[in-house]
Write a protein that binds this ligand. Structure first.
Ligand code: C2E
Ligand code: MG
Ligand code: MG
Length: 449
């Protein structure tokens, strides 16, 4: 039976059900859209702005997994009760997704007020929740947008709040972001890059560049790190710090990575056999169990010896799903691929991780190396890392060495490996061959291959 308004009691009940979230008793997304539609038409001749917001619980999924679905439902009911209790007579809160709530503040007229109200909601939700005998804690992120003109539709307003929420989530937990026009510009830029990148990956236009890694004592090159490079005909050169995160977020990292690894191993086949090739894996690739299979298939196809390959992963990559990461790492190590911990010392480092996982190598982040000469704490940290690596039987590479004096100091501390502009910037496959020819001095190089 079709649901209609005002057609007697049974119809009314049905329509209420269609507009209600059965778990929490709050309105659902339809109710929310309907409320905003009505307010927009009420405000057609009235210049007063109003606020919509979307609130998303941070880390609800792990709580659900840890405490079970029944407990997850109980928490959602408690969240709904707290949110409802915090609304004044004009305002509305609805549940619009599994752990997403939307609110409408008709009397909130400014961005400052919107942010303040949102912070209050986060505060209210941060108090502990009873889950049987135990308690759980939650935080939440909020994105808001303000209605300013009659040109905006409910859909546009909610999309803007979603964009703001996305920015809030990206910047950490428990944040509030109010939508701005710059955000829209940034979102458009990301979409433009995403589209161009998809095209470039299918056309095979992302290239590996190679940066030498040296033995700090002898200055001999021992291997190269692969670094992806992309120049788009309209956007120009886009740095990896921009396109890699977009590739991760938009699900392009798998094909991009396979393309770069294939080209890199093809290039490295003609290098002297004692040189290793290292390759970065993104955090999202460590939650995808196909990653290992793809890498092995590429090595098989290009005939590159797995014992010459190293995979660089970061601590962030291990955090999302440690069990999955561990399985992928084990699969790779079984065929002789070595594993390095990249950018050590930044991000959310945990020494515990070094006990749980076995790494073959650790790369000390550039942040410590760049301040080694004039900052006592950096010096102590580097020495401590070196002592720890020795104890744990791990090789070490210091990243970002730009000056002789930094290299000298690192040698003095007993650091064996180094990488940085001092020894060579990342360059393409042809230039790398040229570099190898120079460093192996002609005849020796010819013999080596
Ligand atoms: P990373 O893996 O830590 O790579 C080292 C970065 O430091 C590279 O930046 C390199 O060009 C830069 N670098 C090396 N020596 C020096 C130095 O002496 N001084 C300074 N200032 N910088 C130095 P790049 O190429 O821009 O790459 C940035 C990050 O992007 C990489 O950090 C890596 O996390 C990521 N990345 C690059 N290529 C790939 C790829 O193929 N796959 C994945 N998943 N990530 C990649
Ligand atoms: Mg790296
Ligand atoms: Mg690094």
């Amino acid at each position: 039976m079709q649901t209609t308004f005002g057609t007697g009691q049974p119809g009314r009940e049905n329509s209420d059900l269609a507009f209600t979230d059965p778990l929490t008793g709050l309105g659902n997304h339809r109710r929310f859209f309907d409320k905003v539609d009505r307010l927009i038409s009420d405000r057609a001749d009235d210049p007063a702005p109003f606020t919509v917001g979307i609130l998303d619980l941070d880390g609800f999924k792990p709580i659900n997994d840890l405490f079970g679905h029944k407990a997850g439902d109980d928490i959602l009911i408690q969240v709904a009760m707290r949110l409802r209790a915090s609304m004044d007579g004009h305002s509305t809160v609805c549940r619009i997704g599994a752990d997403e709530f939307a609110f409408l503040y008709p009397m909130v007229f400014s961005e400052e007020q919107a942010a303040e109200k949102s912070r209050m909601l986060i505060e209210i939700l941060s108090a502990p929740y009873d889950v049987g005998e135990r308690t759980a804690r939650l935080s939440a992120s909020v994105g808001c947008s303000l209605f300013y003109s009659g040109d905006e539709t409910t859909e546009i307003l909610i999309n803007k709040a979603e964009t703001a929420l996305y920015h809030a989530k990206r910047s950490g937990r428990g944040r509030v972001v109010v939508y701005t026009r710059e955000m829209e510009e940034a979102a458009k830029r990301v979409t433009r890059i995403e589209q161009a990148l998809r095209r470039a990956v299918s056309a095979g236009e992302v290239e590996p560049h190679f940066q030498p890694i040296v033995d700090l004592n002898s200055r001999r090159t021992i291997g190269f790190e692969t670094l992806a490079r992309w120049t788009d005909r309209d956007l120009g050169m886009v740095p990896p710090s921009v396109f890699i995160p977009i590739a991760e977020e938009r699900g392009i990292i798998g094909p991009l990575s396979q393309l770069v690894l294939r080209k890199a191993t093809e290039a490295a086949r003609s290098w002297p056999k004692d040189l290793f090739l290292s390759f970065n894996l993104s955090p999202s690739q460590l939650v995808d169990q196909n990653t290992g299979l793809h890498i092995l298939a590429i090595l098989e196809r290009t005939g590159f010896d797995p014992h010459r390959l190293e995979i660089e992963i970061t601590e962030t990559g291990l955090m999302t799903d440690p069990a999955s990461a561990e399985k992928i790492v084990e699969d790779l190590r079984r065929v002789g691929i070595r594993v390095s911990l990249d950018d050590f010392g930044t991000g959310q480092s945990s020494l515990g991780r070094l006990r749980e996982f076995h790494f073959d190598k650790l790369k000390i982040d550039r942040a410590f190396v760049s301040s080694i000469l004039d900052d006592r704490p950096s010096e102590h940290i580097i020495r401590a890392i070196l002592a720890m690596c020795e104890g744990l039987g791990m090789d070490v590479v210091a990243e970002g060495i730009e000056e002789e004096a930094q290299a000298d100091r690192l040698v003095q501390f007993g650091c064996a490996g180094g990488q940085g502009y001092l020894f060579g910037k990342p360059v393409d496959a042809d230039a790398t061959l040229g570099y190898l020819r120079d460093s192996y001095r002609g005849a020796l190089y010819a013999k080596a291959i």
